[in-house]
Design a protein around this ligand. Structure first.
Ligand SMILES: NC(=O)c1ccc[n+]([C@@H]2O[C@H](COP(=O)([O-])OP(=O)(O)OC[C@H]3O[C@@H](n4cnc5c(N)ncnc54)[C@H](OP(=O)(O)O)[C@@H]3O)[C@@H](O)[C@H]2O)c1
Ligand SMILES: [Zn+2]
Length: 346
């Protein structure tokens, strides 16, 4: 491994620490290297909070501060160049007189997208880009989808039996092992919203919260266009912010500030209207957890970015067929007895 790759990898490790708290901003990590020694490290910890570069500069011990201008600054993403929730990092880098910068990838946010690098090169900061670029793009993919497609990054998640079924009509069948279940709760802690279809809400009565991993529970979303889901369903318990996609049945006593009814247009405009509401709410990731009809509607419309599919050992004999999803298989790993396949749409 090249030396510079090693320090960029360390910056990614730092970036990852922000996974639960920075959305819809990207995870970003940064370090300062002086004469082979790391003298500063930082990452973006919280949405609206200080950027990785600021935390990195602030971490440098007093006796090493005079060395900052002779150090190489590593950042996993192009520094920002506009005053958003915090001042521009390009100004700070110029003020600190850093002369050498290494980044992994550019920030596709329209206000940045190469402009940060231009400002820095105009200020005579020597910049090397594309260090572990694929990894860099993967790290910020939620953000990139959000700012380039103007919708949340969509992750489809489901479990398939050995003979290709998702479940049986009207039966609540659990197919994955407890380790996979915990992993799904970890994923829930990392996304902005989770969605299931009406039939899944009726058959499985899911809680759709994060109970098995430290961190938050995301917004829950369920369509209920004919008001079929009973008020006793977990999804209507008001414990977690929940969007019910359907007309507000004013006669029912589901009075909870956590329950919001959204009337969306029917037909092809349904999902785009939902995405608009999610963008308005600053939610950049949507985890779609089934069932088959809902997953197929996302797949057929091309509204997905990645899929995480658990292939299990169970044999159902018959049932609801798993979606026919294309995309590119990227990673396949064993999770206990389950086989987890990651697919990407492009
Ligand atoms: N193996 C797994 O990973 C997994 C995961 C989840 C569920 N399941 C199983 O899958 C079964 C349910 O699957 P399902 O295919 O019957 O139903 P589903 O996808 O859960 O729900 C479909 C219903 O949702 C409503 N809906 C609203 N917007 C929709 C849209 N854009 N696209 C599709 N549907 C939309 C429709 O009801 P209206 O017409 O009333 O609006 C539709 O009939 C259950 O047995 C469940 O246990 C398995
Ligand atoms: Zn910044």
């Amino acid at each position: 491994m090249k030396n510079e790759d090693l320090f960029m990898r360390r910056s990614f490790d730092l970036a990852r620490l922000g996974v639960k708290n920075v959305n819809p901003n990207p995870m970003v990590g940064s370090l300062l290297l002086f004469d082979g020694l790391v003298i500063g490290e930082g990452y973006h910890k919280q949405y609206g909070g200080k950027h990785a570069e600021v935390n990195c500069f602030e971490s440098v011990f007093k006796e090493k501060q005079a060395k900052i201008h002779e150090s190489i600054l590593f950042v996993t993403l192009e520094p920002c160049c506009f005053h958003g929730k915090t001042p521009a990092c390009t100004d700070l880098i110029v003020r600190k007189k850093v002369k050498n910068l290494r980044i992994s990838t550019t920030d596709k946010t329209p206000e940045v997208n190469g402009k940060g690098l231009k400002i820095l090169s105009d200020a005579n900061v020597r910049t090397k880009t594309d260090l572990l670029e694929n990894l860099g793009n993967w790290f910020v993919r939620f953000r990139t989808t959000f700012v380039t497609k103007n919708r949340p990054h969509i992750i489809l998640k489901y479990a398939v039996s050995k003979d290709g079924y998702l479940g049986k009509v009207g039966e609540n069948i659990w197919m994955t092992n407890p380790i996979s279940k915990r992993l799904v709760h970890k994923w829930r802690s990392e996304v902005g919203a989770i969605m299931v279809g009406t039939n899944t809400a009726l058959t499985d009565n899911p809680k759709l919260d994060n109970r098995y991993f430290p961190g938050k529970s995301p917004l829950r979303i369920v369509p209920d266009r004919s008001n079929k889901i009973p008020k006793t369903a977990h999804l209507k318990d008001g414990k977690i912010p929940t969007w019910i996609l359907g007309d507000d049945p004013k006669s029912t006593p589901e009075d909870s500030s956590n329950l919001e009814y959204l009337s969306l247009p029917k037909g092809d405009g349904f999902l785009p209207a939902l995405f608009d509401r999610l963008v308005e709410a600053n939610i950049n990731t949507l985890l779609v957890e089934g069932g088959a009809s809902l997953l197929n509607s996302f797949i057929e419309a091309g509204f997905w970015d990645e899929a995480r599919i658990f292939e299990t050992d169970q044999v159902l004999g018959d049932g609801i067929s798993a979606p026919n999803i294309g995309g590119r298989i990227d990673i396949v790993e064993k999770v206990g007895t389950d086989r987890l396949v990651f697919r990407y749409a492009d």
